[in-house]
Ligand binder design. Structure first.
Ligand code: NAD
Ligand code: 89Y
Length: 343
């Protein structure tokens, strides 16, 4: 089958991972790139040997015949770019956070649905192999019915040097990182009916919150805690590991720091190393995230070629994004928030 012809919009910090991943994947190639910053366009174009370069997304859509577009810009441009893709009937991947507000996100989903084009949010954390390993244990029934979960991301890693915009936004950890951890909670325990949240800012040098603690009721009956911090100094820095505790009717799962998975269930206790592979172009400690970029992009190619809905479609991501909105609203009001009221 012919390769899918893709274009990448936004050639910044994270897009380099996406370009490496596209290079590794069969069935799709990036034919053209776009960035409004000519310096980034040159750096990424030269690194990956892409000759067709645009500083204007509208010119890209006019000048290229595309099977998909991969939008890797920051959140402010996501809605206009996704709507531009829909207007040109080009399937789109959009980086997280999907949109600045849930209203924008809903409009983006509608634009693509009306145009009949697939839309996937690049919500890659659930594609990390340690997280997939946890899900596989749940699926095989070893721990029975899960009734409690704690999904935790606590770190003091300096994310601001690579992504300086994270220090300046009114919103920080829930919108940037918590969104992934909330999505993992949905992936493992199902959709959420109610959420209660508390936030804090510990680092005086940033504008948004860098600590968030959330308590959720899942529709299937489980209760979970999602806790995130970029103000937690530990003896061994865990970035970017998500740690997981799940208790079920027949046992427990623990994904501990160092990618150690302990399962106690119907057949006893097993301990295994579920470390992600270190891809040739990856670098520690980011290799966990980098590997998941390959996995989600492969999933996109599979979905486009078989006309399947992506696991993290725009419509699915509204349910994760609603948790983000609920967390900010609930932290401000100090009241629980009903998720159905937002969707
Ligand atoms: P960045 O600022 O380094 O790069 C964004 C690039 O987009 C810049 O080069 C900018 O010039 C370009 N751009 C912005 N608007 C544009 C437009 N309208 N047309 C063309 N180019 C435009 O940002 P980043 O750190 O690479 O983050 C990009 C996105 O990736 C963010 O949404 C961020 O949250 C996300 N991200 C995701 C992960 C993950 O694991 N999924 C990790 C890090 C960042
Ligand atoms: O932007 C964030 C993301 O999506 O994963 C980690 C990160 O780069 C910093 O929090």
């Amino acid at each position: 089958m012919a390769e899918l012809r893709g274009a990448l919009i936004g050639c910044g910090f994270f897009a380099v991972n996406q370009m490496h991943a596209w290079h590794d994947i069969d069935g799709a190639s990036i034919m053209a790139i776009c960035d409004r910053d000519p310096a980034r366009l040159r750096i990424v174009g030269d690194q990956f040997g892409i000759e067709r370069r645009y500083t204007d997304a509208a010119a890209l859509f006019e000048g290229e015949t595309l099977d998909f577009v991969d939008i890797a810009t920051t959140v402010g441009s996501h809605r206009p770019l996704v709507e531009m893709a829909a207007a040109h009937r080009v399937p789109a991947i959009c980086q997280k956070p999907f949109a600045p507000t849930l209203a924008d996100a809903k409009a983006m989903v509608k634009a693509c649905a009306d145009a009949g084009v697939p839309l996937m949010v690049h919500e890659n954390f659930r594609w990390q192999s340690p997280i997939q390993a946890v899900r596989a244990v749940l699926d095989c029934g070893e721990i029975g019915r899960p009734f409690f979960g704690r999904i935790s991301f606590r770190s003091a890693y300096d994310v601001f040097s690579g992504q300086p915009y994270l220090a300046t936004g009114k919103r920080f950890i829930i919108e940037d990182l918590g969104i992934h951890i909330l999505d993992i909670a949905r992936f493992l325990l199902g959709d959420v009916s109610n959420l209660t949240a508390r936030t804090a800012r510990v680092n005086p040098g940033i504008s948004g919150e860098d600590v968030a603690t959330m308590l959720m009721d899942h529709e299937g009956g489980a209760t979970s805690m999602v806790d995130c911090s970029y103000a937690t100094k530990l003896a061994a820095e865990p970035f970017p590991e998500t740690l997981i505790e799940l208790d079920g009717s027949d046992g427990t799962i623990r994904l501990a720091q160092g990618y150690q998975l302990t399962v106690t269930g119907k057949s006893g206790t097993t301990v295994s190393d579920v470390s992600p592979p270190l891809l040739s172009w990856a670098s520690r400690p980011w290799h966990n995230i980098q590997e998941s970029v390959v996995a989600i992009q492969k999933h996109w190619v599979d979905c486009l070629t078989t006309a399947k809905e992506p696991a993290t479609s725009g419509a699915d991501n509204l349910k994760t994004f609603a948790l983000v909105e609920a967390a900010y609203a609930g932290a401000a009001s100090r009241q629980p928030v009903r998720i159905d009221d937002l969707l």
